[in-house]
Design a protein around this ligand. Sequence first.
Ligand code: NAP
Length: 511
Amino acid sequence: MREISIAIVGAGFSGLGMAIQLQKRGIHSFTIFEAADEVGGTWRDNHYPGCACDVPSHLYSFSFEPKPDWTRKYGEQHEIFEYLKDVTDRHGLREHIRFETPVVAARYDEDEARWHLTTGDGETATADVLVTGTGPLSVPTIPAVEGLARFTGPTFHSARWDHDVDLAGKRVAVVGTGASAIQLVPRIAPEVARLHLFQRTPPWVLPKPDRAFHPLEKRLFAAAPPLHRAYRYLTYWAREWSAFGFVAAPGVLDYASRFARRHVEAQVDDPALRDLVTPDYRMGCKRVLISNDYYPALNRENVEVVPHGLSHVTERAVIASDGSEREVDAIVFATGFDVRAFLNGIEVRGRGGRTLDEAWADGAEAYYGLLVSGFPNLYTLLGPNTGLGHNSMVFMIEAQVRYVLQCLERMRREDLASLEVRADDQRAFDDSVQERLGHTVWSTGCQSWYLDENGRNFTLWPGFTFEYWLRTRRPDRRHFRAEPRRRSRAVAQSSRAVADGDRVGGAPRRV
Ligand code: NAP
């Protein structure tokens, strides 16, 4: 049977998960293109002090690569990063990865039914199928703050932490109070001279039920895989039920917000500060955060919550939007990511040379977040509307990988050149997603990175994750346009070249 060549972009959870499952099915004709010099994706790039996951470790890992000895209930960055490196080595994936090779452009050739990729150094490669695992949170955003270029001290983004800058004894401005900021502020607060925290919108913060695993628990999980699996299932369902509040009955979250208020009251000493950090929008509308040390850090004498955005910057000072000025030595931007850069700025051209940006001019949408009409044989892992506010993204990745595998299997079985979602089915899918999102807590009036500039939620899945899992169990043939392969010697030869991983003369390198 013909080998299908597959180009995977990104060696984070998505790309590695895809690669492992391909190998498990005996498919080895794939290459992973990775811009960096190591695997790990977001867990390689984010290494700011305190970086950890707010989804329990036993769930935030591959179901097919269990790790019984997670140190803590909520994994820290270095342990998750090590896990991904271990998984890569255990599966011998490094030989499939082209490190420091960013894909900058991908063009679908309709005659050949093949993707032509261009990498950062101008090399080209071709593949029958393109799978992107670029992650929705990989392009850091620093707001266009006037005067920033004039600032004389160091400035950096939380996702590009500069460990050469010693913040000890310095006056530091931290901009933003999202998931990253609330993890890093407690770590740097004890060492800096002053910390000015620019808070535009306070987050809802619940206690973090974190703890270290007892050595006995780790031994038990290792010795009894069924017990370990049961623990994972329990953890999954404990998180899954909370989706009810997000997607079905936002009123339920009002009860949870009482716990959050009690958390503020228990941890913040000063009533004025308590008011400043208590949100006035519905809980869940922005990502709900968990922390036990964020509020205590705000109590510190050397920490000031500035209840304003950052307006502009001078050589030595940061100016808040109320005009107040603070002299600082360094600025840390914990200002989030460009979620619109779904494919990390890769110029993707589908049928008729149309770019994905053009297709998404009115908002990003994809059938199950994975397939876009006009872009045959392209699968966008963690694409539009597959993000979550309540459960593990690794679960979504696994469901998507399973779906892609079935599409590949169908291509092989039926000897297809391409598979593509039908435009009307994509439209119907997106309409239903958008209709449902209108009833969720994310549409209750706050501003968040879940929404685009028109208020359209293009990031989150509107339901339970088990629903996504069930609905993606089998691709629905009726929703696809399938093109049979044209039999020609050239194609047959190139298929063999793909299988052997050969370079075909001076032609583009095949993966
Ligand atoms: P974020 O949630 O987008 O937060 C960005 C913060 O910057 C917000 O508080 C925002 O205020 C603020 N901001 C932006 N421009 C500003 C300005 N000019 N002046 C003042 N404040 C400004 O980014 P993030 O904290 O990096 O988190 C992004 C996502 O990454 C999270 O939602 C989560 O999905 C993921 N993450 C997960 C973990 C984890 O534990 N699993 C940890 C870190 C990140 P507004 O709220 O007013 O816009």
